[in-house]
Design a protein around this ligand. Sequence first.
Ligand SMILES: Cc1ncc(COP(=O)(O)O)c(C=O)c1O
Length: 438
Amino acid sequence: MDAQVNSLDAFWMPFTANRQFKDKPRLFVAARDMHYTTHDGRQVLDGAAGLWCVNAGHCRPRIVDAIQRQAATMDFSPAFQMGHPLAFEAAARLSAMLPDGLDHVFYVNSGSEAVDTALKVALAYHRMRGEGARTRLIGRERGYHGVGFGGISVGGIGNNRKHFGAMLGGVDHLPHTHDLARNAFSHGQPLHGAELADQLERIVALHDPSTIAAVIVEPLAGSTGVLVPPVGYLERLRDICTKHGILLIFDEVISGFGRLGSPFAIDRFGVLPDMVCLAKGITNATVPMGAVVASSAVHEAFMHGPPGAIEFFHGYTYSSHVLACAASIATLDTYRDEALFERAAELSPYFEEAAHSLAGLPNVIDIRNLGLVAGVELAPRPGAPGARAYDAFVACYEAGVLLRATGDILAISPPLIISRAQIDELFGVLGDVIRQLA
Ligand SMILES: Cc1ncc(COP(=O)(O)O)c(C=O)c1O
């Protein structure tokens, strides 16, 4: 019996090489501020903010306290035709953080749900306005928008799509913006590639604007390996969408909540979408939560018809879960009172220099960065794509640093509370590992 309880067999792990992992497991049992504690008692510096989500650092007392108090006061309140005050407070706080015009918050439980919800809002929006022929959705190659059928359909990562059949119909993709020939080792936004946004005009011409509902992109693509948007690219996408009446959706599940040294990528790039998808840092990853924040114009299109009619037939049992709302309010308080987004902006130049100090090391073919995100791309081992970065990830973990490997790219995205000394430690360990790596 005990053997079964202690077995690693029953848990089918997500996005994991299950057999390889269970052969030599890596387990975390505690976390505080910038560090995890492993099952064998070692401290590991968190260079990945968990999974791009623990932006304020781990087990922050104010957030822990808010969740504990709420759990003891009211554990759950239904969200359909009922409400609770914290949902309204959390939504008002969140919309106040976003630029004017992004005013209406629809809560979900994850980034994947946020994406699928935004796509459904886009389709319903056009139908409500009598443009029901606008059913096409445009994503981008290498985009990651979670794992729902909507998200993998507009997403552009082959492995996430190939096993799952036809997915949504009527989807097209922009080309990705990764261009090592012209942009390798760019500091901040790369200079070349704004013209790739013009490919949207080609797609629009092919299908006719009257059939296109929305374009969805990550302003900075994270999970595919840190692709920073070229200077001028997002602005052009916005202009083309506006010109053709197409909604622009920014998936800020990673880029939101200070990651780029601004509250959102929207602020960093000065480009306003019609909807934004959020998750991860919205609760500092303590309680699962996501959100779609829609423009007033999008929301307004739904607010017609008899007042007794449900305007949008969509939602989840746990939309605006009271523990998540309590956690979110405490998280937003923490970001504000500790000025963590400003801190991220101040640290960015130091972080950038530390990241680029790895240039010239063996097999490093690119380094890219923005805010407190960096990607270090390694040359793949012949015949074994991804193996070199995976080995680097494991070696870093064993040396006391958590990073994320995706393909042959190492992604670094620490909590915003990281110190300069910890930035040195992080890139110091990574540099040593890369030097020793075959
Ligand atoms: C840009 C983006 N969108 C959506 C998601 C999916 O979020 P979740 O894993 O919470 O469903 C992620 C997750 O990494 C993401 O990076």
